[in-house]
Design a protein around this ligand. Structure first.
Ligand code: ADP
Ligand code: MG
Length: 682
């Protein structure tokens, strides 16, 4: 701790109280902070051939003062200094505003370097920056730092330069020699030098490369340490399931598992058997068959003498899951029950009793499952579907109902690999990236709003064939009220349009839960043919007879979300259609609509969405949970992220990492991050 780098910035010349306060406002207190305050971009100040420069381009030129400069005053303080410069074979004019004080310094024959905007027609440069010396003195790239208040980038550059000149000898290496060598990374002092004072594009890249790797490695070390603490610090139960029965059950299913399902089942079963607690995310696109994987996992747990619980976010989903599990288990002697807030009185008491005695093997429910009076006999496996819908707290309560049950989270949001290994870095992830054979891909079309009449004709044709349709209205983030109003307007319009022929229902977030369920039930029984809804139907609902979906203002949704919505159709054997009604104004907006019509692969879409919108927007504003990196970019540097992840895994698992002096600075970092102590876990 007692490094000279921990001294306050005021030890530097020219930093008094005022500057100190300004720097403090930017989080810079010590010399170390200053040295590690990295530029976020560089101005290119490489010399250019004037004949190749476009009009209005920002350029840097070096030239010899050709003749005495002329100074013109206008107003009291304002002036214009004009000087002719010989640049190679060309004579150009350099104009400087309000820099009259330079006049005496611009003697003929002196070499200066100026940066500014080039007027090609007048052969004139309007200067922003003037350096009274050759180009060498500034170099090819000028670092640009984020500054606040009065502090200028120029001043900050000067402070950093001075700090570096005085203190660079004290900078400590964080990465072990072996890793530096393995990837030919610059040592820390060089890397900092390259970042702050690059002499070439190559140096700039070298500097950045090291910090990208370092940031990712430190982050992944933290994630892997967390993962390990969770797994091994929390001893679960080794569930000795009956492999024979499990195999028999799997072969009794009405279909054979896809390879991706088999792989997920294996990964989960391995976790069940191990004495460590499972903490696993099961990702699979809509319709990829997660439910049966969940069923197999719970079956395994039951053969080992435990109970399984499946928690889903809505009542209707709970009912649907209960139905499909009951049919999957119909030829077994497993006892499966459903618990939601509609299960009341004696029935509820009865279920609770049987749950307590272990008579019920598999419990399916909404958050009713986490109420206080719900006790399990021997809970071994907890599965939550659409896990992002549940808060951390709810998941924790359910987990605590068993001694130390294994936990599986299922989600149909295909999370791009990059985000999966950052946001869910401390979990194990299984991915079902393959759909069962024989699905008819949904046909998706993009229509402009002025084509609505034709779209409605198309919809009518489907309805006349006995099919049902969803109409999705956009979510208006700023206003819940407008959101609902929107849906009501569309509902009025459509129920008018189809009046006397088809029945229209309305669904939005403001409806009471019971009413929502009623509408959904009416729709699934085909008492309603057309369902106008906000995005509340997004999750898991299964009405196979619905083959048509119209999405209003589709450009307002993320691609991943559009894909989720679209997954409500295409669940039966008939051809399904999805129409995106949108007039996107930007090129990116158009591209996004186009992509939707081209692919049905949720992973492809989510990767594209991430590229187009950036990681911050991926999960929506409310819940990002994304780590922030100073230099690294999760999307563009994702190969490095993967490499760093592998390295981190190996390090954490190796004995030398925890003992060896070489790794002490990495260990210190980990300790400071809190990843090694259990209390910080949810
Ligand atoms: P999701 O992953 O969206 O929850 P489901 O589990 O609801 O998907 O499965 C969608 C449909 O696919 C269900 O009707 C299910 O019975 C069926 N299914 C699941 N796995 C297979 C498979 N391997 N082969 C054929 N059909 C399958
Ligand atoms: Mg599902």
């Amino acid at each position: 701790m007692n490094s000279p780098l921990d001294q306050e910035v005021t030890v530097l010349k020219g930093i008094g109280d005022e500057t100190r306060a300004q720097l403090a406002g930017m989080g810079i207190h010590t010399i170390r902070d200053l040295l590690y305050y990295l530029p976020y971009r560089y101005d290119d100040s490489r010399l250019r051939d004037l004949t190749e420069v476009e009009h209005d381009e920002r350029i840097t030129i070096e030239g010899k003062v050709h003749s005495e400069p002329s100074l013109v005053y206008y107003g009291r303080k304002r002036n214009r200094l004009t000087v002719r410069l010989l640049v190679g074979r060309y004579l150009v004019k350099a104009v400087m505003f309000n820099r009259g004080y330079l006049k005496g310094k611009l003697q003929p024959q002196r070499t200066i370097t100026v940066t500014g905007k080039w007027d090609k027609h007048r052969q004139t440069l309007t200067c922003n920056e003037v350096v009274l010396g050759p180009h060498e003195e500034i170099g090819d790239f000028q670092p640009v730092y984020a500054v606040k208040g009065q502090l200028t980038v120029k001043a900050l550059r000067r402070f950093i330069k001075e700090a570096f000149e005085t203190f660079s000898g004290y900078i400590e290496e964080t990465l072990p020699e072996s890793l530096l060598e393995k990837y030919k990374l610059a040592g820390i002092a060089d890397a900092l030098k390259f970042m702050h004072f690059p002499e070439s594009g190559k140096e700039m890249k070298q500097g950045r490369r090291r910090f990208v790797y370092e940031e990712f490695l430190l982050f992944q070390l933290k994630m892997q340490a967390l993962r390990r603490t969770r797994r091994e610090g929390t001893r679960g139960v080794g569930q000795n399931y009956d492999l024979h029965k499990l195999k028999a059950f799997i072969s009794s299913l009405p279909f054979s598992l896809t390879n991706a399902q088999k792989k997920a089942v294996n990964e989960i079963c391995f976790d069940l058997k191990s004495p460590y607690k499972m903490n696993r995310l099961l990702q699979g696109d809509v319709g990829s068959g997660k439910t049966v994987v969940a069923a197999i996992a719970m079956f395994a747990s039951v053969t080992a003498g435990y109970q399984g619980a499946l928690m889903v976010p809505t009542e209707i989903l709970a009912e649907q899951h209960a139905e499909s599990l009951q049919s999957l288990f119909s030829h077994t002697d497993l006892s499966i029950e459903l618990l939601t807030s509609s299960v009341k009185g004696k029935k509820r008491q009865d279920i609770l009793n049987r749950l307590r005695t272990g008579d019920i093997d598999i419990m399916i429910g909404t958050h009713s499952l986490i109420q206080e009076d719900v006790d399990f006999h021997h809970l071994g496996l907890v599965i939550t579907d659409e896990q992002h819908r549940f808060g951390v707290e709810q998941r924790r309560v359910l987990k605590e109902k068993g001694e130390s049950p294994d936990v599986l989270f299922m989600t149909a949001t295909p999370i791009p690999r990059t985000l999966a290994i950052t946001v869910f870095g401390e979990m194990d992830v299984s991915i079902i990236d393959e759909l069962p054979k024989g699905r008819k891909p949904i046909e998706t079309y993009w229509a402009k709003h002025d084509m609505l009449d034709r779209v409605l004709d198309f919809m009518e044709k489907e309805l006349r064939d006995g099919r049902q349709a969803y109409v999705i209205c956009p979510l208006i983030e700023e206003s819940d009220k407008l959101d609902v109003q929107n849906a009501i307007d569309v509902y009025d319009m459509l129920s008018n349009h189809f009046h006397g022929r088809f029945k229209t229902g309305l669904m939005h977030g403001r409806l009471p839960a019971a009413e929502k369920d009623d509408v959904m039930k009416a729709f699934s029984k085909n008492e309603i043919q057309l369902l106008v809804s906000t995005t509340v139907v997004e999750v898991g609902v299964n009405v196979p007879n619905a083959t048509f979906m119209l999405i209003y203002d589709a450009e307002r949704f993320g691609l991943a979300q559009l894909h989720q919505l679209r997954g409500r159709v295409g669940r039966g054997s008939s051809q399904s259609y999805c129409i995106l009604l949108a007039d996107p104004k930007t090129e990116i907006g158009k591209e996004r609509m186009q992509i939707m019509t081209e692919t049905n692969d949720g992973f492809v879409l989510s990767e594209r969405d991430l590229e187009l919108r950036g990681p911050g927007d991926f999960f929506g504003k409310k819940q990002s949970g994304l780590p922030e990196f100073k230099v690294a970019d999760m999307v563009h540097d994702y190969r490095v992220l993967e490499i760093a992840r592998n390295d981190a895994m190996q390090l954490i698992e190796s004995e030398s990492f925890w003992k060896d002096e070489r790794f002490s600075s990495l260990r210190n970092h980990l300790e400071e991050s809190g990843a090694l102590s259990e209390e910080k876990l949810d």
